[in-house]
Design a protein around this ligand. Structure first.
Ligand SMILES: [Zn+2]
Length: 268
């Protein structure tokens, strides 16, 4: 049995493990950044939709106030004309116009009350939210109870956090980039060698990796596969000791003697 083939793949696993351990330094950071960015987008959307509602209310408020002022001005004019009316017909016609403007005012005032009521309701909900926050009763707070200022502060805090995480990740990437690119180069060279001399083992190795098994090749540990802890049959131990390999019947990993890993590490 030609044992040098397996050594080539052990070397490949050794290099892959090194990249893996460098990447584990940034473990969690990319995911944390992504989660923070989702929170930022969510908070921003809340703030924008509140601003939109407030804007629409202000526009409506302005328009209705103008309507009321306008009608009052008109009524004033009609009343002045009534004092100069020459007959009942003229007087009644002016009364009808006054009545019309009074209806306009009444309608506008209902709508103004409606807006005031909505604003009051919003304020009440936010006051309630502020109280619940003060009492740490977060699970009772609904989205529209969060006060505007708390929401803005939340957005600022999230933005600061995401910047910190990004800087942290960036500095790790910068610190390790030389090592990572050197390892990537070594891996691609090693793969070329394995491809040439131990093609079937490489495809086995890649098949395991594609199935999301990071450690496709593992050590024999306490007479078991260290990938899944299943015992390796005794009659296979000699092969492993001699520098051969065993395919774990349980998880399919390639099991070798730990000496091979030491040898692979010594090559660097
Ligand atoms: Zn196993």
């Amino acid at each position: 049995m030609d044992h040098t083939k397996i050594n080539l793949v052990v070397r490949l696993q050794h290099l892959d493990n090194q990249i893996e351990s460098i990447e584990s330094l940034q473990r969690g950071l990319p995911e944390e950044i992504e989660a923070l960015e989702e929170d930022i987008a969510f908070t921003s959307r809340q703030i924008e939709s509140r601003a939109k509602v407030a804007n629409e209310q202000q526009t409506m408020l302005k328009k209705l106030t103008e309507t009321v002022d306008n009608s009052r001005e008109k009524i004033k004019g009609f009343k002045e004309k009534q004092t100069l009316a020459r007959n009942n017909k003229e007087y009644d016609a002016l009364s009808k116009q006054i009545e019309y403007e009074e209806k306009e005012i009444a309608q506008a005032e209902i709508k103004l009350q409606d807006i005031a009521h909505k604003e009051e309701k919003t304020k009440e909900l936010q006051d309630q939210g502020r109280q619940l926050i003060a009492e740490n009763r977060y699970d009772e707070i609904s989205e529209n109870m969060i006060p505007d200022d708390v929401l803005s502060q939340q957005l600022k805090d999230l933005q600061v956090q995401v910047e910190q995480k990004k800087e942290e990740l960036e500095s790790i990437v910068v610190e390790t980039s030389a090592e990572v690119s050197s390892l990537k180069k070594q891996i691609s060279e090693q793969r070329a060698v394995v491809e040439k001399d131990a093609k079937r083992l490489l495809s086995k190795y890649d098949h395991l990796k594609n199935g999301n098994v990071q450690n496709a090749l593992v050590k024999l540990h306490r007479q078991a596969c260290s990938g899944c802890n299943t015992r390796v049959p005794t009659n296979r131990h000699t092969i492993i000791v001699q520098g051969g390999f065993y395919l774990c019947e349980s998880c399919g990993r390639i099991v070798v003697h730990e000496r091979l890993f030491e040898e692979a590490a010594d090559m660097s």
